[in-house]
Design a protein around this ligand. Structure first.
Ligand code: FES
Length: 96
């Protein structure tokens, strides 16, 4: 049995999501990028989607016939309040 070559094309390297993963979801009727994000975690890696989100938008446009401008990017969610690097590394939050 031959392997689908789309399984070797990594779209989201942070979360190891392939072109086949994305196209299979679109073939199932899931064309909303927010839903694809929730199902695959694209855009949630360390690069925050700088690499994968434009690629996924392109795939959605190609497979659905939509224009790229018609596809809305996922909402960006910022932290409620700034978090210091010390807290992220397990240090003390009282820096003042
Ligand atoms: S490549 Fe997808 S979140 Fe980094």
């Amino acid at each position: 049995m031959s392997e689908d070559p789309r399984e070797k094309i990594i779209i989201c390297r942070c979360n190891d999501v392939t072109q086949k993963d994305i196209e299979d979801l679109i073939d199932q009727g899931i064309t909303d990028i927010e839903e694809i994000k929730r199902l695959t975690r694209i855009g949630m890696g360390p690069c925050q989607g700088r690499t994968c989100l434009p690629l996924v938008v392109g795939i959605i446009a190609r497979k659905t016939g939509k224009k790229i401008e018609e596809i809305q990017l996922p909402a960006t969610r910022v932290p409620i309040r700034p978090v210091s690097m010390g807290v992220l590394t397990g240090g003390d939050d009282d820096e003042e």
